[in-house]
Design a protein. Sequence first.
Length: 235
Amino acid sequence: MEYIARDADIAPVAALIADPTRAAMLTALLDGRALAAGELARVAGVSAATASAHLSRLLDGRLVDVVRQGRHRYYRLAGHDVAEVLEVLARVSARPPVRSLRQSRQARMLEEARTCYDHLAGRAGVGLLDRLTEGGYYAAQDLTEAGERLLAGIGVDVDGARRSRRRFAPECLDWTERRSHLGGALGAAITEVLFERDWYRRGKVPRAVLLTDEGREGLAALFPSKELTSVTPVT
């Protein structure tokens, strides 16, 4: 009797991600921003023509979208589901060897504070979830009433996050810390406010974010007597 598979066909998607050039492009887009084809070509170390061919395949596979601004085209991940797949793969993949002082510094910055697509990750993200949990603001992958008041007080649109079609406040296992940071719609809403308030800024290293003096003071006021800082200064 012939067996007819009814499960999702993951092989085509896996094949798209498995190519080193496309994997490098997708990883670069985990920054959450849309990048031009030329930027992605430089990241992957390929020619413009080669990058264009790979991006066409990623578009066909619905792993990336195009954002058009006038005559310019920018590419971004097709959504948070794609980002989650890439993060899971990062957790089960080997870390590349560090071969220079520059690579060591970049790795340290990513470990301390980075974006996981649209939410805070690294030690800073894990620390944020710890403070919310220890303070009684977060439990069972949801905010308590005190947590809603706390975050609303700094401008987080908690109601909007609840209305989102994505999961509200799941825990996301951090691939460098091996502990959870806050993901989902709430994690994204909090991170948006952190950038709006200039508590964190994007760094020169893709995905890395830097804590500002305003952020250090703001977080200290939000979580008194709790340490929630990255040691990397804004440069």
